[in-house]
Ligand binder design. Structure first.
Ligand code: CA
Length: 436
């Protein structure tokens, strides 16, 4: 249903556009590459082993095939000119704040520079580094972090475990994307070690709470939406979609035992405050445009402020793997898809702003855990091990209910086009023992 001022791409146009765009960077044309010319995700890097101040400096970059392109340098030497210097901060916030016209101007310029037949190949090659020689950092400064709970299979599974199948979904759940305000300070980039949290634990087996390392430390497979354009009052779902700059993979590390004791009546607090990992590449909306899909059919009609004006979700294959310290290979625990979400990021952002809550550039919105209907599609160990009652057997023969020290968890995400992929890279973290 088209809305004023916006034309939603229909399926046939989407399919026609869904082909590899060729680059002179050969590795970008490989059908298995995560970073073809179609993608152009934004990160921040420094040169591994770099000795000079310039090499060690954190700079904005774009992934192309097996390389990163130093766009901060290209802006300084005049190859990229966006009117104002927007790529010099060591994060993408200045461009994010500059609005959709500049977002598009940079993407258009990058396609000129990196597209097959470019006349500016030499100047780009001088600003390229092999990905294997790049240290990656937080791609943007997180302003505030909100985490939603909009995966229906996840909410149903968790609700069934704790309240039984009759009352699995809370009464508000189908009507709005419920969430809580998290901590921006806890968001870390992929590759950051995660220290097992301590906290207050209370078990029916003992009378008083104890303070101890979490015994039920878990993952949550999510996507993160990044707000680019700020708003100062309620925005429509369509405006919310316009205001989103891009997406990352997100792992909301969760201490289930801390949560179980602390959550009533104000919701999660320290259980979710240890760390939230994100992938180092911001995949922008234009790269994902061919993969737009609608949210699932509704059981109850949505109130007007949450109705979808067009397809607002994306078809993104997602996976979770776990590798114990003793194993040589990871075991895939889960394969699911972002299209399983019940509410889209745009609906979440519209709802978030509905009270008049100002939204700012750099706000990060977690989708909520993404699970599918099948057991192998569950995006948390809580669900995969059914509350710890059904241990998983890893390829190495070890079993798991929740995370052990030394475990490395990797999230991956990929949209599949014709002969190309839009990859998100990895979102990884290794569990370290509690510091006592
Ligand atoms: Ca979460």
């Amino acid at each position: 249903m088209p809305i004023a001022g916006r034309v939603w791409i229909n399926n046939s146009t989407r399919q026609a556009n869904n082909m590899l765009e060729k680059s002179w960077v050969e590795s970008a044309n490989n059908p298995d590459s995560e970073f073809p010319l179609n993608n152009l995700p934004y990160g921040v890097f420094s040169e591994a082993g770099g000795t000079s101040g310039a090499e060690k400096k954190r700079r904005c970059c774009v992934a192309i095939g097996k390389h990163v392109l130093d766009v901060a340098t290209l802006e300084r030497n005049g190859t990229i000119n966006l009117g104002d210097p927007l790529l010099q901060a060591g994060n993408w916030n200045p461009l994010m704040a500059a609005g959709p016209e500049r977002w598009q101007a940079l993407r258009d310029r990058l396609k000129q520079l990196l597209g097959a037949g470019s006349s500016e190949r030499n100047v780009c090659e001088a600003a390229m580094v092999d990905t294997s020689n790049a240290n990656l950092y937080m791609p943007f400064e997180v302003c505030e972090f909100t985490d939603f709970y909009s995966g229906k299979h996840h909410a149903t599974n968790v609700g069934t475990m704790f309240r039984g199948p009759e009352n699995a979904l809370p009464p508000n759940w189908l009507h709005m994307p419920i969430g809580y305000n998290g901590r921006a300070s806890s968001v870390v980039v992929s590759g950051t070690d995660i220290i097992r949290p301590q906290g207050q634990l209370k078990s029916p087996q003992y009378e008083n709470p104890i303070f101890a390392p979490s015994r039920r430390f878990d993952i949550e497979l999510e996507m993160g939406a990044i707000v680019g354009t700020a708003s100062s009052g309620p925005v429509s779902v369509a405006e919310a979609d316009d205001n989103i700059f891009g997406y990352v993979l997100l792992n909301d590390w969760s201490a289930r035992d801390i949560q179980a004791w602390e959550y009533q009546p104000l919701g999660p607090f320290q259980a979710k405050a240890t760390a939230t990992s994100i992938s180092p590449w911001i995949v922008t909306k234009p790269a994902l445009e061919p993969f737009r899909v609608s949210t699932p059919p509704r059981e109850v009609p949505l109130l007007k402020h949450l109705q979808e004006p067009g397809p607002l979700l994306y078809d993104i294959d997602l996976s979770v793997s776990l590798q114990p310290a003793s194993a040589n290979q990871p075991t895939t625990l889960c394969r699911t898809n972002f299209s399983e979400m019940y509410f889209s990021p745009a609906q979440q952002l519209a709802h978030h702003s509905s009270s008049g809550c100002p939204m700012r550039c750099g706000d990060l919105l977690g989708s909520g855990t993404i699970s599918g209907a099948e057991k192998h599609q569950r995006g948390s160990l809580l669900e995969l091990s059914w509350g710890g009652k059904e241990p998983l057997t890893l390829d190495s023969g070890e079993t798991r209910t929740f995370l052990e020290d030394g475990d490395t968890v990797v999230l991956k995400g990929k949209s599949r086009g014709k002969g190309y992929n839009i990859g998100f890279g990895s979102c990884s973290g290794r569990i370290m023992a509690t510091k006592v």
